[in-house]
Design a protein around this ligand. Structure first.
Ligand code: 3PG
Length: 209
């Protein structure tokens, strides 16, 4: 299922989080909630992802906690069992599409070209992750897709920062941007949650300020 008007995009900036230590999950979600983010994507790049999603959902029940880096059945099953509010994949395959068709939460399949975007659209996904955005042409590439693929919306991630996010958000086919630029790695390692919130707020500018 794909839902472009999802309340997921209230904030339009989606932190992409990789949890290295499970004890970071809850305070990190609370700190990002304090910075006004309304959706967080937890990547399945560490063994803590599923448990982190559960903890974050308990700590922050009013924001959307999704699962990213869904590349196969193992991550898919774990993400669904954890109660993920949405799913994101870096790319697609027939097997992944078959799995995605079995869930009722928004899914953002990853695409990197017009052909992949059309294939995902044919499967019913009108909102897609555009990845890795910076490396595949950035906002210029997405701008070039507006006219031929007017019916498809994108959430670009990969190489986005506070310096270039507005270029993406100004495009009519971009519903949100995602990435890790707003997460202060030092504050995260130190467990300095107030500093993490302050940094994230600063890195949302000028969109949210
Ligand atoms: C993703 O999976 O979306 C990216 O790894 C996030 O990209 P970034 O770390 O370059 O922001």
């Amino acid at each position: 299922m794909s839902d472009v008007k999802s309340p997921l995009f209230e904030c339009q900036i989606v932190p992409v989080i990789t949890i290295d230590a499970l004890e970071q999950a809850e305070p990190l979600a609370l700190a990002l909630q304090s910075a006004s983010f309304t959706a967080l994507e937890v990547t399945f790049r560490t063994a803590h992802a599923a448990e982190a999603i559960k903890l974050m959902k308990q700590a922050c029940p009013t924001i959307h906690i999704g699962a990213g880096t869904i590349t196969g059945a193992a991550q898919f099953d774990a993400a669904c069992d954890a109660g993920s509010d949405f799913l994101v994949s870096p790319g697609t395959s027939s097997a992944l599409f078959e799995l995605f068709e079995t869930v009722n939460v928004p899914v953002f399949p990853g695409v990197a070209s017009a052909s992949e975007a059309i294939a995902a659209f044919e499967r019913g996904y009108s909102a897609q992750k555009f990845f890795p955005a910076g490396a595949i042409g950035g906002s210029a590439a997405l701008k070039a897709l507006v006219a031929p693929l007017a019916q498809i919306s994108f959430m670009p991630t990969g190489g986005i920062s506070d310096k270039n996010m507005q270029e993406y958000l100004d495009l009519p086919n971009v519903v949100a941007v995602g990435g890790s630029w707003m997460i202060d790695k030092f504050a995260l390692a130190q467990g300095d949650w107030d500093a993490l919130t302050a940094y994230a707020e600063q890195k949302m500018w000028p969109q949210q300020k």
